[in-house]
Design a binder for this molecule. Structure first.
Ligand code: NAP
Length: 246
C-alpha cells in the first residue's frame, strides 16, 4: 500500500476551482502529485485552493483557460507539461449543465455545451497524450445521465455525457498500446453549485443511500484510477451515485 502513490507525478485538471474539480485537485495533490488546474470565473476560489494545498505541503498552480477555446486549452497543457518536464495524469472535469425541452433550447445551446463538455475533452486529451508515456492516465468526469436521462429537459447535457463515454472507449483503443489508460467516472447527484436546492429535492427520494454525494467521494475514485493499482483498468465507465441508477 502506497501512502503517497502519486509522488513524482504531474497532473492537469480542467475546471478545478470549485466543486468536484476542486476535490480532485486536492485529492491528487495530497497523494503527492504536482497539479496544474484551470478555472474561468472563480479566480479567488482557485487562488485559495492553491494556498490551501501549499500550506498542507502539496504542489498546485491555477491557470485561467476556458475549455470552450480548444486551442487555448491545448496551449495551457503544453505549457504545464513543459514547465514540469512531464505529464502523467489528465482529468477532463470542466463541464456545464443546461436544462430545457427541445422546443425551447436553441441549437446554439447545443454548440455551447458540446464545446465545453465534449470538444474540450477531445482537444485536451489530444494535447496531453503528446506528453504522456507508459503509465499515463486520462480520466474524464462524465455523468450517469449518459445512461439514463431520468427527467425531461436533459437532452443536450445527457448527449454530451454520452459522447464522452463512447470517446473514452475510443481513446482507450488509441492510447492503450502506449501504456496510457483512459476511464470515465460518472457521478450521480453530488452536492455542488451545479445542483440548486430544487434539484436536490427532486432527486433525494430516488437515492437509496438517502443523501447527495460529496465531491470527495468522486475524487477518491479519480485518484484511484490515476494510481498504480489501476493499471489494467481502461476504456471503462464507473458510477458513483449512492445507488441512483440501481
Ligand atoms: N454535481 C453533480 O451532481 C454532477 C453529476 C454528474 C456529473 N457532474 C460533472 O462533474 C463535473 C464538475 O461538476 P461540478 O458539479 O463540480 O460543477 P460546478 O460546481 O459548477 O463547478 C464547475 C467547475 O468547472 C469550471 N468550468 C466551468 N466552465 C468552464 C470552462 N468553460 N472552462 C474551464 N472551466 C470551466 C468551473 O470554473 P469557474 O467557476 O472558475 O469558471 C468550476 O471549477 C462536470 O463535468 C459535471 O458535468 C456533476
Amino acid at each position: 500500500m502506497h501512502v503517497r502513490p502519486l509522488e513524482g507525478k504531474t497532473a492537469f485538471v480542467t475546471g478545478g476551482s470549485r466543486g468536484i474539480g476542486a476535490a480532485i485537485v486536492r485529492g491528487l495533490a495530497l497523494q503527492g502529485a504536482t497539479v496544474t488546474f484551470t478555472y474561468v470565473a472563480a479566480g479567488g476560489a482557485a487562488d485559495a485552493l492553491v494556498d490551501d494545498i501549499r500550506l498542507a505541503g502539496g504542489h498546485a498552480e491555477a491557470v485561467r483557460a476556458d475549455s470552450a477555446d480548444a486551442e487555448g486549452l491545448a496551449q495551457a497543457i503544453d505549457v504545464a507539461a513543459a514547465a514540469h518536464g512531464r505529464l502523467d495524469i489528465l482529468v477532463n472535469n470542466a463541464g456545464v449543465i443546461t436544462h430545457g425541452p427541445v422546443d425551447d433550447l436553441p441549437v446554439e445551446e447545443f454548440d455551447r455545451v458540446f464545446a465545453i463538455n465534449v470538444r474540450a475533452v477531445y482537444a485536451g486529451t489530444r494535447a496531453a497524450a503528446k506528453h504522456m508515456g507508459e503509465g499515463g492516465s486520462v480520466i474524464t468526469v462524465g455523468s450517469i445521465v449518459a445512461d439514463r436521462s431520468g427527467f425531461p429537459g436533459t437532452a443536450i447535457y445527457s448527449a454530451s455525457k454520452g459522447a464522452i463515454k463512447s470517446m473514452t472507449r475510443g481513446f482507450a483503443r488509441d492510447l492503450g498500446p502506449r501504456g496510457i489508460t483512459v476511464n470515465n467516472v460518472q457521478p450521480g447527484p453530488i452536492a455542488t453549485d451545479m445542483n440548486p436546492a430544487y434539484v436536490e429535492e427532486l432527486v433525494l427520494p430516488l437515492i437509496p443511500l438517502g443523501r447527495m454525494g460529496r465531491a470527495e467521494e468522486v475524487a477518491a475514485l479519480v485518484a484511484h484510477l490515476a494510481g498504480p493499482e489501476a493499471r489494467f483498468t481502461t476504456g471503462a465507465s464507473f458510477t458513483v451515485d449512492g445507488g441512483f441508477m440501481s
